[in-house]
Write a protein that binds this ligand. Sequence first.
Ligand code: PLP
Length: 404
Amino acid sequence: MFKINEDYLKLPGSYLFSNIAKKVAAFQEQNPKKQIIRLGIGDVTQPLAPAIIESLHRSVDEMGHAETFHGYAPDLGYEFLRSVMAKEDYQSRGCEIRADEIFISDGAKCDSGNIQEIFAKNNRIAVCDPVYPVYVDTNVMAGRTGIYDPDSQTWSDVIYMPCTEENGFAPSLPDQVPDIIYLCFPNNPTGATISREALQEWVDYANRNGSVIIYDAAYEAYISEEGVPHTIYECQGARTCAIELRSFSKNAGFTGVRLGATVIPKELKCGDTTLHSLWARRHGTKYNGAPYIVQRAGEAVYSPEGKEQLKKQVAYYMNNASVIETGLREAGYQVSGGVNAPYIWLKTPQGMTSWEFFDFLLEKANVVGTPGSGFGPSGEGYFRLTAFGSYENTVEAIKRIRQA
Ligand code: PLP
């Protein structure tokens, strides 16, 4: 008789987005005339930029001719994309990352979930609280997290690093030393960032203690302030302790197109073994590459026209973020994020729980957001709104919240 991976049974139900969908559907059924505005999920709404569409058309045509047809992509991604990323994302910022240290993939969700496979089961992980749930859940599936306590919503073998108002939603160095540290800045869900100096402390800590940092830079394109690092490799010594995850979803609207990358410097070693060689082996064995046409579309992100068009797209969303941030602040809400990230993190008023505030907004303003408690215990009493809606809907949503 076959046996299943029982670690999957340990996963608590992921009720967050299904609960939201159920509540919204029930409300809409009872109030069919009400126009609900959704500022909940982190999906983009603007169409792909013209430079990307042109590149897609061109490469689709190439696939229609034997001379320019492309089959399986190279294991680690096409050189044209890896080179332009190395140059534009890293070397132009003074960071020493070479094309052969970049692995092209179909997105940061898979990479952030899969990367734990190259580490031993008895590694101890540390995560921010609240957190993007993929980091923890994939370690649960791997049997690395111990026992779940439903009351505190925590795992016995995970080190939680609370991100609270007191620490500006950026974690402090943990008391116990983790083996693997997940960091994500600009952050989902809090919209918080970290200064280069503060990130340098993490890099120094990891190098001192033999820990590895998995740095999720999915929202890098939203950074507007000086002094906020665009990549962990801006820090001295990051080549010996950090893996970086990149995504094309939020900077270029590829949530449905799918493209991402993982960067592993060759100096990052456990004894004599490079993590680069393990990930290359894993990638080569289990993955057959992002499609040629999608990698060409990714290349167009870095063309002069692509850059110009995407700057405007990011500015469009960040204008929404500013509408939300300013509108809520003026209405007396305590808000953070929204300056270097498309997420606004607000404290629920009058001591409401995250879910009570969800119900309140849905009923009184017909606006949907995401309860902070869904991202971890320290998210209780907070609420996430996203800037990824249309400008018109965003303005209308804030008007309604203010009236509510
Ligand atoms: N990392 C973080 C922190 C995210 O918030 C998301 C998506 O919301 C992802 C990764 C997923 O990115 P991708 O679409 O490239 O899989």
